[in-house]
Design a protein around this ligand. Structure first.
Ligand SMILES: [Zn+2]
Length: 511
């Protein structure tokens, strides 16, 4: 007779013994709400927007930005070469949600959405058979456009409104249900709350501007004891604290109701607004990042002193996010929730403070912009370190696999350490293609391919910077300082491989 083990015990055994057979133990949908030991685990996917792996002490950054993640990583799978598929929220998040690259899902414009055919094959609809109870929250309206699109195909998904965890959210779109994306785009134009747009109505936008200035001056004044640089905000009309989100997250998980929760928090995205105890961290620590030449796509205002100041401000904001993440994990642990919950910590893209470039609105694809964290906790598991290249597109097939569902037919692969094979020769990709039509071949764009220890980057179609190639041996040159193209024969092979990939992904969109 087979000895009976509880769900909690079986999860611990799985963590210790590897996960190859987990699929057979988590039968989809069956037993939801039962206590017979066969229910699915909760899944908590927590995403800190704009968190660059290159700035985390977890991955060797000299400033101690992430001591709490490191403390908790003693029981996690840590992915050291994990890549976003894009360099800003829309493509990065869309690839995470759909398990496909931007050249497939086509959400590569600001406020863009994925092809309808993919919205019905997202993390939410994919996990629904095993985890019908689902919740999603984001501080980031670009991500909310994508969540709303996925929700149209996921009946059990509850999108928690931004204002639920905001001190203030003045967007009118936030009060509308239905076509959120159109409502939000219209609002951006009318109110000019985004600096890329021009006001459609002068008479609406001028009084609205003064209203916002006064309102938020009062708000910041009220919170100045905790946040001397201003209350955290998303630059699009919403103010919030991480504390409120972290206090709320544990309430998503209730016994006998396995839940999938997607929580997408805005920090450490600029404007950098750390809590008081982090506001002068690292001051005068003498840290000097590697000097790098200015790039063709440098920004006029981004001199070295400016970049260094922005960098330390960002590092402080990461330390604030890390402290709140540590508090979240402590709370989940004390409540027993970690005993039957898979937790994934990741980001949608990184951030850049070098080569005359600040931020992530740029065509370049250097490591600080696309290398992001991935740390996965499973009940009872010990620390593993994964050094093979992996991608955000791998999250969906991996979670499907862990929950006993088919993970085939996707561009991503099951992650090594969670049921997949560690393939050090596998190529993963990232791209920036803002300047192309949604349904046309990508001809003015940047593509990066990471394979083995190398990375090759192609710039195509940019006036003044067309048909350019960079290739780095990241194993020897983590700072990407020595371009191996075309002197090293490896760089030519990699360039040809990437060009062939670009040709093949463009084929479906040829007129
Ligand atoms: Zn983002």
């Amino acid at each position: 007779m087979t000895p009976k083990i509880t769900r909690r015990e079986s999860l611990k055994l799985l963590g210790l013994a590897g996960l190859a057979s987990i699929a057979s133990l988590f039968a989809p949908a069956r037993g939801r709400g039962s206590s017979s030991g066969d229910a699915a685990p909760n899944v908590l996917l927590i995403l800190f927007d704009t968190l660059s792996a290159r700035h985390m002490s977890l991955y060797g950054y000299p400033r101690q930005t992430t001591p709490n993640i490191e403390r908790h990583a003693a029981r996690a799978a840590v992915y050291h070469r994990h890549y976003a598929a894009g360099s800003f929220t829309t493509p990065g998040t869309a690839s995470l949600l759909t398990g496909s690259y931007p050249w497939t899902h086509r959400a590569f414009h600001l406020y863009g959405s994925v092809l309808d055919s993919l919205a019905g094959r997202s993390l939410f609809s994919g996990l629904a058979p095993a985890l019908p109870a689902q919740a999603a929250y984001t501080h980031n309206p670009l991500a909310q456009v994508l969540l709303e699109q996925c929700a149209a195909h996921a009946a059990g998904l509850e999108i928690v409104p931004l204002r639920r965890l905001a001190l203030s959210d003045d967007r009118y779109a936030a009060r509308l249900s239905g076509d959120y994306a159109s409502a939000f785009s219209s609002e951006l134009i009318v109110r000019q709350i985004d600096d890329r747009t021009r006001p459609a109505s002068l008479w609406l936008s001028i009084p609205d501007y003064f209203y916002q200035v006064v309102r938020f001056a009062l708000l910041n004044h009220g919170w100045s004891a905790q946040f001397p640089l201003g209350v955290p905000q998303n630059r699009l009309g919403a103010y919030f604290t991480l504390e409120e989100a972290v206090d709320w997250i544990p309430s998503l998980f209730r016994p006998a109701n396995p839940t999938f929760a997607y929580v997408h928090l805005f920090p450490p995205h600029e404007p950098y607004a750390p809590r008081r105890e982090f506001a002068s961290l690292f001051a005068g620590d003498g840290f000097q990042p590697a000097a790098k030449p200015a790039h063709y796509f440098r920004q006029a205002e981004a001199g070295q002193a400016f970049l260094d100041f922005q960098r330390v401000s960002y590092d402080r904001y990461i330390a604030y996010a890390d402290a709140e993440f540590g508090r979240l994990m402590d709370t989940l642990g004390e409540a027993g929730i970690l005993d039957d919950t898979i937790v994934l910590l990741t980001s949608d893209h990184g951030q850049m403070f070098e080569r005359g470039i600040h931020g992530h609105e740029t065509p370049v694809l250097y490591e600080p912009l696309i290398r992001i964290p991935l740390v996965v906790w499973q009940p009872g598991a010990a620390r593993r370190d994964i050094h093979a290249p992996t991608s955000a597109v791998d999250i969906l097939p991996t979670l499907l696999h862990l929950l006993g569902q088919s993970a085939g037919g996707l561009e991503g692969a099951i992650l090594p350490g969670l049921g997949g094979a560690q393939d050090l020769t596998r190529a993963v990709f990232a791209l920036d293609a803002k300047q192309n039509a949604k349904s046309a071949p990508l001809t003015t764009a940047t593509f990066a391919m990471m394979q083995g220890r190398h990375k090759v980057v192609r710039y195509l179609g940019y006036p003044g910077f067309a048909d350019q190639t960079e290739c780095y041996d990241l194993g020897n040159d983590a700072e990407e300082l020595e371009n191996l193209y075309p002197a090293d024969p490896v760089s030519i092979t990699l360039k040809d491989g990437l060009d062939e990939k670009i040709r093949s992904v463009n084929e479906a969109f040829q007129p």
